[in-house]
Design a protein around this ligand. Structure first.
Ligand code: MN
Length: 241
């Protein structure tokens, strides 16, 4: 067998609550709009969009959160995260919970909103907006065997003690089994994949020094502090030339 030309990167892992075990993270799938953001919004007729982040973007949701380069609009999105323990394709929604979900966590789908809006206008890819370093903080995973499959519970986020986001898991427009089944019709899901299930209304910008407190009731809660911007004058790429 050939030797590696350099040591392969270590597998990203998340701790498991109440255990010394670690959950090896595979890919990160993120679901687009999956809560009603306005009271008068019509029920959705189509499945939501999805996008990905690399496993290397997943970090424990604790301590300092670096302010990323290339943005002036760094935004929080609190989400329920479902963790896949057994993969598959064309999964029946009725079998998702019993057969495929390993556990749950609370996570942040951090977003460089200005780059996302630029991508939407230009019809460009979302990776610059979504797939940056430290863009997917996540709490320790809770095994479904311990927490069950959440049907309700607050999904909330505060910045400096002021509430920004609050909804209930019961308000997910597409519940977790439907989301996992949808993804499995498009790609083969694998053990270790995470699914960020979408964020409620109230997304907003973070500033250096902000203290984030957030969580999903019964699943996990956390606090992080936004670090100073590495270079507040840095512009994204060369796109402004
Ligand atoms: Mn999101």
């Amino acid at each position: 067998m050939a030797t590696y030309v350099f040591p392969p990167a270590a597998t990203t892992t998340l701790p498991v609550r109440g255990s010394d075990d670690a959950f090896p993270v595979g890919r990160v799938f993120c679901i687009g709009r999956n809560y009603r953001w306005r009271a008068d919004e019509a029920p959705p007729t189509e499945m939501p969009a999805w996008f990905m982040k690399p496993a290397s973007a997943v970090v424990p949701a604790q301590g300092a959160l670096p302010y990323p380069p290339g943005t002036a609009d760094f935004c929080h999105e609190i989400e329920l995260v479902a963790a896949i323990g057994r993969g598959g394709r064309d999964i029946d929604p009725a079998e998702v919970e019993a057969q495929h979900i390993w556990g749950y966590a609370a996570g942040l789908d951090l977003t460089r909103r200005d780059l996302q809006q630029q991508a939407k206008r230009a019809g460009g890819p979302w990776e610059p907006a979504k797939a940056f370093d430290h863009s997917a903080p996540c709490t320790p995973l809770v095994p479904a065997a311990a927490c069950g499959h959440p049907r309700r519970g607050a999904v909330w986020l505060m910045v400096n003690g002021i509430e920004r986001q609050r909804a209930d898991v019961a308000e997910l427009l597409w519940p977790v089994p439907e989301l996992v089944a949808m993804l499995s019709r498009s790609v083969t899901l694998l053990p270790g994949d995470l699914v960020y299930t979408g964020t409620p209304a109230g997304v907003g910008a973070l500033q250096p020094g902000d203290v984030i407190s957030a969580g999903v009731a019964g699943i996990g809660q956390f606090s992080m502090t936004v670090d100073q911007a590495p270079n507040p004058h840095q512009k994204h790429g060369d796109s402004k030339k």
